[in-house]
Design a protein around this ligand. Sequence first.
Ligand code: PGA
Length: 251
Amino acid sequence: MRRSLVIGNWKMNGTRASTQQLLGDLLAGLGEKALTGEVGVGVPFVFIPQAAEQLKNTGILLGSQNVSDQDAGAYTGEIAATMLREFGCSFAIVGHSERRLLYHESSPEVAARYNKAIEHGLTPVLCVGERLEQRELGETFNVIDEQLTAVLAVAGTASFLRAVIAYEPVWAIGTGKTATAEQAQAVHEFIRQRIASEDQHVAQAVRILYGGSVKPENAEALFAMPDIDGGLIGGASLDARSFLSICFSAG
Ligand code: PGA
């Protein structure tokens, strides 16, 4: 059985004070109910030390929203996997569509970042997903296949035993348009089959999260799907009540 996982992707939001408040509210809410699943937060880099302190020994996972494909050196603006590990991160989101589209990170570059996370014991949360025009042209599976294949080629299939995949249709991110549970399930099943074509055991073990306008109102139906193992939550993760409700839906 795969353990459910819900991760909040805070994106570029918050202050020192709001970070403390939100984490405090999450800890209080999670303390009230026993969860079998896992919960994590991907916070802006500068809030990582503060969040690590507050989340110490709580069981809530801490992560970043990206990681460098290099170990150290002249890479202005980048953050190394070893730095993230030193400050208490256990995962790093890689290949988010905002990175791919706004900052032109290609699939090979995302694969290199993924690989560096794996190398240093940081769990990559690999985001894949198609844009609206690609879906309308019937290219969804081809796009996902290209994004996955780039990673499989560099890091190998077994790396997915130490990684998480997040399917995030670009047209559903921050738009209020969620994929229906059936639409999401169809792509999740495709992703699992793609991994299974390499290794059946890895495919059964890897957790595949859904992301894109997940809200308390739609979380339960999405999480009930057989290949949806949790969520990557943007906007709704900034509100403690909404995020907690989504976490409880995952069980
Ligand atoms: P959203 O973002 O929940 O605000 O749509 C999801 C994401 O981008 O990870």
